[in-house]
Design a protein around this ligand. Sequence first.
Ligand code: GCV
Length: 714
Amino acid sequence: MSYLILSVLISFSASAQKDYKLWLQYNAIVNSSIALEYKNNLKGIVVLGNSETIKIAKKELETGFLEMLGNVPEIKTALKGEYNLIAGSQSNLDTELKNSLQSDFQKLNEEGFIIKSIAVKNKKQLIITGKNDIAVLYGVFNFLRIMQTNKTIKNLNIADSPKTNIRILNHWDNLDRTIERGYAGFSLWNWQKLPDFIDQRYIDYARANASVGINGTVLTNVNANALILTPQYLEKVEALANVFRPYGIKVYLTARFSAPIEIGNLKTADPKDSEVIKWWKNKASEIYKRIPDFGGFLVKANSEGQPGPQNYGRDHVDGANMLADAVAPFGGVIMWRAFVYSEHDANDRAKQAYAEFEPYDGKFKENVIVQVKNGAIDFQPREPFHPLFGAMPKTPLMIEFQITQEYLGFSTHLVFLPKLFQEVLESDTYKKGKGSTVAKVIDGTLHGNKITGIAGVANIGNDLNWTGHPFAQANWYGFGRLAWNPYLDSETIAEEWLKCTFSNDENFIKPVKNMMIESREAVVNYMTPLGLHHIMDTGHHYGPGPWVSNLSRPEWNPTYYHKADKNGIGFDRSESGTNAILQYAPEVKAFFGNLETCPEKDLLWFHHVSWDYKLKNGETLWNGMALKYQEGVNQVKEMQQVWKNAEKYIDSERFKEVEMLLEIQYKEAKWWRDACLLYFQQFSGKDLPAGVEKPAQALDYFKSLKFPFAPGNG
Ligand code: GCV
């Protein structure tokens, strides 16, 4: 083999490994005073216990030390001397240690951990502990993050518990390994080779999730296939559950409501039918026999063609409660989705989920949690928070975010989603007065719910770098961090991720972090500024399609959402329109309903305004909209410059990947700007204002673009 080929191969694999290692790079600590501090204060490691989880924690510490500091401190089997790192759960600590940490333990829930510098018999030690081994593993990963971000370990005193119980990825993975709305290759789950072949990827996946506190995974698409519930597949699910268990990750499945007919030979799936009830009870006990810690089912029912209780004249409560009874004896939960709308309902689509679910408040069994998308339509670049948040005080609600970028440029565009997630979590529902944020609804503090949760539709596939775009890894990471603590700031998350993934060099961190933070507003600007929404092209949702109006269901057409005409543009959801604002608390209703107070970022979501409407900056709506589109394009150009300047701080392969992707993003930002402005210009009849580049093509060209094999579209 020639030297050239060899060196290309070596550099490819080294770099591919970097991509693959996600935020667990464990780069050598280059700051010598920090490195010295770690070496001087951590001379031994004492790991207590010998469960699988503890073995993982120990290995992780060894790997971390070796890679970041060049050597592993002495591994001790018992606590001797000082300057040890002690890792073990409460029950494995000796009485003196246990007693000295009593008040810290009181602050923790079952999954919380303590990382604390303490003195035992006047000897300095650093302890990582929690109420069980999984909590210790979380503590270990947290400690390694402290190391990775080069923080001091002097006087550490952390007691941190997750604020939600169910921190879960929803994989929209089909049994043929395609992924609905997946843009990073095929499904990780190799059903054909399971259960006997355990791909290393499963282990690495579990490790990555545990490192950010994700504790659940729904393996299958909500557009469900009943076959997953057959013994042939359950055996495979069991194998995955066994891999994930030591990492604290529970497996969940989607339940196709018609499964009793499809795989159970019953004539009906009516939730009140005694045979159907029995079938699900038996199915649950069959699953729990294999997987004693099975999490439960996620259900999409009577939505977008999926079967459900309404097929039998029953309602969502009947369906969810029947399944809840089946899993209750085993401690399982039912995550029942509120993503419902119907083409037979003339109501504004944004109102339908609330209209249907709000009256069910208090009627679900206590192991049911209703899963609500962050906004009332569908994972748009920007949506006001879903009106159901805060509106069902007697029902636990979990939020569903989409990590995969169905409407945000697939895995081609760099968009840092924690900024979007944070905006929603911080939104004030006012349902119990000022400060009733969405975060408080979903962490249970507003209404005192027992089960709480956050779901993220996964952006993971079998691409070498897991997520298609190197920066999309930050969205997986950030989702996990926010699921653990919905009050975290997205800037903190971006900074952590950059340090763990690339470099601690401030000259790299500062500009690239700003680029990430800005990236969310950039995508809003070049796709859907000022509250526009759902104007993506048909089916695959890639690229602009504001002209689409020929789909069978009215609410699938972009024209339904923007309502552009000669008089203006926007969906009137105020009192003069569909009055969707009535679903919010009076304060929020007044705020969104009034043109004076409605934030301009949400303007066209709630109001239809004339092309000459004066924006706060004095521009007309038409000019302001055109300038926003241009701003989005300019922002991507700036992102490209920031990235160029970052070249010297990182490896060439990841640099090049992102550089190429940003070039596509720039091209496509211009595509969005030109296509949308040319289309809307037909209604406004106005020229583009100064500062907006002239479109390079005519509208017909943009309309003619077709993407027959766009990924993720079934
Ligand atoms: C899994 C949108 C997507 C569908 C998805 C659906 C859902 O409509 O386009 O692909 O189906 O949301 O969340 O159920």
